[in-house]
Design a protein around this ligand. Structure first.
Ligand code: ATP
Ligand code: MG
Length: 677
């Protein structure tokens, strides 16, 4: 019990530990109050919080690193994009040059061309224009033997109708034409070059128009606008800015990015100081002919937009040289980075969330059994010992749960043991009460004996005092009888003498009844004494119509006792029984040996004894019989005799059914007398 209370106290102590410590008063109060708000409220929080912080930290670091990696990867991809674009551009230029060459050959294959050139037949030559529409070239020029333009046919982009011009331009200094005139007889060389017309720059391929004898009649030029070439490049490579520079880093042509320029459009752009700076830097630093990415990459701003440009060598048959610059807006890059950055942040956020959820579930799975343990512990502390946690786990929590179950089990066993001991104590207490009651009854018996002794002494005194005068009466009457007396006188004196003798006998008997003389014990058969008692009372029972049933042992019951005294006891009990059955009845007398005692019981079918009298029947002078019939000494004297034989008398009785008196005597009692009343 004591332990139990201590257990409760301990739990309370734990609870008080959890409650917050009182805040000290002072300046730091507000800060502490604020900190108090982020108190950790339990095991679950303790588990999840560091996990949460760690996860977020890792997520932030991870996102940072990955974004950096992506950014550098993006950078590389961006450069590659430019590099690849330049290769595509080179292909486009080559293809266009091939187309021009093919068209040139096709025109040269006409048998009438030499004649038309020789005759400067403009009208006929105009028909050449039809090829432009169908064969993807934009420029045809026919030059005579003197290097003088005969006709030029153009098909500017976006138009359908060829434009003829007869400006008689002088091509004598134009390189591809010069080379044709200086070529060897009969050779069909082709040359390329750039012609700057009034508005456009044209990339042309030249070839000689020869007569049937192989002599040069003139030169045919077929070409494409550089501008439309660059437009095609820009469209196919998706770059923002295409520029073609000559060997001296001067712009031949460029296709500007689609940016809203305040006014003036291309003009403004061409004159933009940033672009000027760029070209200036190219002139001072130069470019790498091998196309090294690092050397040929430049950055510049136009209208607050950043661009990165890559220059590759523009080279056709070693005749046209220059630089082709392809430029991408950094927006392209940054937007891609932003997109991937967003994607990364989103990915990491989702990942972090998933990790947090998993962490929470994990914390739950750790905290739940511990919380259950706490609740069950409280239950156990409250006295409910029939608790089992029943958590089957192979980890430390499982061990804890098992230890808890074992502890509860032991506690339960101990408590049960305590309860059993308590029961036992109560049982012993009951037994003690019974022993006490027995002691009390023994004390009553002692008192009974005392009473008897007192009566004996009283009676002895009376008898003594009466006996002496009686002796005088008896003696004197004897003396007087010796005298000479009349018959009448003798008769009367004899009556006096006899009465004196009778009275003397009575008081002597009374003395015998009252003052139990020392038992004179002999070793003899108790059955004999019982039989004698029955014989002496046979007359009485016959008179009262009482049937006597004997149930005595076959063999002798030998023991030490005073036969006269016990006979008197048995006669007293039998007489009482017969008196209780005035009309008729049955008296069963039986004798049983039980261990070292012998029990002689007298069972009658008489009137029985009321419960309130049971305690008093052994009292001297207690009688229910009418005056003169009973003295009330019978049972009290019997009680004394049996006590002197170390035995006792038991009584069971039911009113209207009958009574049973049982005399219980020890068999192996000592031959010497014990106690005298
Ligand atoms: N067998 C019995 N059946 C019913 N009552 C009995 C029986 N034996 C004893 N008693 C009751 O016990 C009383 C006391 O008995 P006890 O033998 O001491 O005195 P008594 O029989 O009244 O007088 P005494 O024996 O001196 O002539 C009786 O008066 C009677 O009421
Ligand atoms: Mg009697």
């Amino acid at each position: 019990m004591c332990h139990h209370l201590q257990g409760v106290n301990r739990v309370d102590n734990q609870n008080t530990q959890i409650t917050p410590i009182e805040e000290p008063k002072g300046a730091s109060r507000s800060l502490k109050g604020w900190l108090g708000k982020i108190r950790i409220y339990g095991l679950r929080d303790e588990l999840i919080l560091p996990y949460l912080l760690l996860t977020i930290l890792l997520a932030v670091i991870g996102t940072f690193i990955v974004i950096r990696l992506v950014a550098s990867d993006r950078n590389e991809r961006f450069t590659n994009q430019l590099y690849n674009s330049s290769r595509t551009a080179a292909d486009i230029i080559r293809q266009q040059e091939n187309t021009n060459l093919r068209n040139l050959r096709f025109l040269l294959s006409s048998t009438t061309l030499a004649e038309m050139v020789e005759n400067r037949d403009v009208e006929q030559l105009k028909s050449l224009g039809s090829i432009l529409k169908a064969y993807e070239s934009e420029f045809i020029s026919v030059v005579d033997r003197n290097g003088q333009e005969i006709i030029t046919i153009e098909l500017p982009p976006g138009t359908n109708q060829p434009i003829m011009s007869l400006s008689s331009q002088n091509f004598r200094d134009f390189d591809p034409v010069v080379k044709i005139f200086s070529s060897a007889e009969g050779k069909t060389e082709k040359h390329v070059g750039l012609i700057r017309t009034k508005t456009e720059t044209v990339l042309v391929t030249s070839a000689a128009v020869r007569g049937a004898a192989g002599d040069i009649k003139g030169v045919l030029l077929v070409g494409t606008y550089v501008n439309s070439l660059l437009t095609t490049i820009k469209e196919q490579t998706l770059v923002n800015h295409v520029m073609l520079l000559d060997e001296n880093y001067e712009i031949i042509s460029q296709i500007i990015p689609e940016i809203s320029v305040s006014s003036g459009g291309e003009a403004t752009l061409a004159a933009s100081p940033e672009l000027e700076n760029l070209l200036q830097s190219l002139k001072t630093q130069g470019l790498d002919a091998a196309g090294d990415v690092k050397k040929n990459l430049r950055s510049y701003d136009i209208n607050q937009r950043s661009f990165t440009i890559y220059y590759s060598e523009f080279n056709i048959r070693e005749e046209v040289k220059g630089w082709l610059g392809l430029s991408l807006s950094d927006d392209y890059q940054t937007s891609a980075i932003t997109t991937s950055r967003l994607a990364m942040v989103l990915l990491f956020s989702i990942g972090t969330l998933a990790v947090i959820i998993i962490g929470y579930l994990l914390a739950q799975s750790i905290a739940r059994p511990i919380l259950k343990l706490r609740d069950l512990s409280k239950e156990v502390a409250g006295g409910n010992l029939n608790q089992r946690i029943n958590i089957k786990r192979s980890d430390e929590i499982g061990e804890l749960a098992e230890a808890f179950d074992q502890m509860t089990q032991q506690l339960r066993e101990r408590t049960e043991e305590a309860a059993r001991l308590f029961e036992l104590t109560i049982q012993r207490n009951k037994e003690l009460t019974q022993i006490n009651a027995k002691l009390q009854s023994m004390q009553l018996q002692l008192i009974q004996a005392e009473k008897l002794a007192a009566v004996g002494q009283l009676t002895a005194g009376i008898v003594h005092d009466v006996k002496n005068p009686l002796a005088v009466v008896k003696g004197l009457s004897e003396v007087l009888l010796g005298n000479d007396l009349t018959d009448e006188e003798r008769q009367q004196l004899k009556v006096i003498h006899e009465s004196a003798v009778k009275a003397n006998n009575i008081v002597t008997d009374l003395l015998k009844f009252a003052r139990q003389s020392t038992p004179e014990k002999k070793f003899q058969d108790l059955r004999e004494t019982v039989e004698a008692s029955l014989r002496l009372t046979a007359y009485l029972s016959r008179k009262a119509n009482v049937e006597v049933i004997k149930d005595l042992p076959d063999r002798a019951v030998m023991m030490w006792y005073d036969s006269q005294q016990l006979e008197q006891v048995f006669i007293n009990i039998i007489t009482n029984a017969i008196q209780a059955m005035p009309d008729k009845g049955t008296l069963r007398v039986s004798m049983r040996r039980i261990d070292h005692t012998v029990a002689i019981s007298f069972q009658d079918t008489g009137i029985g004894i009321p419960a309130e009298n049971l305690n008093r029947i052994f009292d001297p002078f207690f009688t229910t019989k009418p005056e003169g019939q009973g003295t009330g000494l019978g049972l009290s004297v019997s009680y004394g005799i049996v006590s002197n034989h170390n035995g006792h008398i038991q009584v069971e009785s039911k009113v209207g059914e009958g009574s049973t008196f049982t005399v219980i005597l020890p068999i192996d009692q000592s031959p010497s007398p014990q106690g005298v009343i």
